[in-house]
Design a protein around this ligand. Structure first.
Ligand code: ADP
Ligand code: MG
Length: 169
C-alpha cells in the first residue's frame, strides 16, 4: 500500500476495545454512500472494527459476523444512516457478488462495510475507504486510506485518534 502520510494513517490498537473506538471515530466521519473495505486475516479484528463503525453512525452495536449470511442490514431510526455490513469471505469474487444482486445495496443510501472487500472491489461504484488489519496478539495495526482528495477527512480522523488510551499513532 502507498504509505503517503497524507493519505494513510496506521494507528496501533492495543485492545479490542481500542479497535472498537477506532471504528467509532471512523463511523462518525462516514456519509451516506460511503463504502469501507476491510481486509486482513481471519480474526484480525474486522468485525470488532465494524461494531465501532456502527456505534459511530449512532446505531445499536449488535454487530455480529455475517459470514454465513453475506450481509446484515442495520437500519437506522429516524434520519440516521443505515449500515450494510457484508462479509464476502465465502464468495468467489466480483462475478458472484454481482450475480447475487449484492451490488443493489450500493444504491440504498447507506454506508456499506465489506469484510474481505478487496475480493469484490471491481464491483464498487465509488472509490472506497480502505482498512487493512494486521496482527494476532493483543496489538493490531489498522491502516486506513481515504479516497483521493479526501485529505480533510483523514486529518479529522487523525485528530479524533490523538491522545486516546490504547491507541498509538
Ligand atoms: N487489538 C485488538 N483489536 C481487535 N481484536 C482483538 C484485539 N486483540 C485481540 N482481539 C481479538 O481478536 C478477535 C477479532 O475477531 P473479529 O473481529 O471477529 O475478526 P475478523 O472479523 O477479522 O475475522 C476477537 O476475538 C478479539 O477479541
Ligand atoms: Mg469478521
Amino acid at each position: 500500500m502507498n504509505q503517503d502520510p497524507l493519505k494513510v494513517l496506521c494507528p496501533v490498537s492495543e485492545s479490542p476495545e481500542a479497535t472498537e473506538r477506532i471504528g467509532r471515530s471512523l463511523g462518525s466521519l462516514l456519509m451516506p454512500g460511503d463504502i469501507v473495505l476491510l481486509d486482513g486475516d481471519l480474526g484480525a479484528g474486522k468485525t470488532v472494527l465494524t461494531r465501532g463503525i456502527a456505534s459511530g453512525l449512532g446505531l445499536k452495536p449488535d454487530v455480529a459476523s455475517p459470514t454465513y449470511t453475506l450481509v446484515f442490514e442495520h437500519e437506522a431510526e429516524g434520519r440516521g444512516t443505515d449500515l450494510f455490513h457484508f462479509d464476502v469471505y465465502r464468495i468467489t469474487g466480483t462475478e458472484e457478488f454481482l450475480s447475487s444482486g449484492l451490488d443493489e445495496y450500493f444504491e440504498r443510501g447507506g454506508v456499506c462495510v465489506i469484510e474481505w472487500g478487496t475480493k469484490v472491489e471491481e464491483a464498487l461504484p465509488v472509490e472506497p475507504i480502505r482498512a487493512w488489519l494486521k496482527g494476532t496478539g493483543a496489538e493490531r495495526t489498522i491502516c486506513l486510506r481515504f479516497p483521493a482528495g479526501d485529505e480533510m477527512r483523514l486529518a479529522r480522523f487523525r485528530e479524533l485518534l490523538t491522545n486516546q488510551p490504547g491507541i498509538r499513532l
